[in-house]
Design a protein around this ligand. Structure first.
Ligand SMILES: [Zn+2]
Length: 56
């Protein structure tokens, strides 16, 4: 099973979506717009994930 992780890039404001395994709580994704990599974590609300850190 997979679920959608949606997160807002804090660097450029773009909305990103990634399919992750349903048991995942934390992952990395690269912004489609500015290509910066971020660590994202599942939040209390479904779908919308929180950005924990920006990587280069
Ligand atoms: Zn971005």
């Amino acid at each position: 099973m997979v679920k959608t992780a949606e997160w807002i890039c804090p660097s450029c404001g773009a909305t990103n979506r990634k399919l992750v395994r349903s048991d995942e709580r934390r992952t990395e994704d690269r912004c489609v717009s500015c290509h910066r990599k971020h660590i994202i974590e599942e939040d209390t609300r479904p779908v919308r994930w929180r950005v924990a850190a920006a990587l280069k």
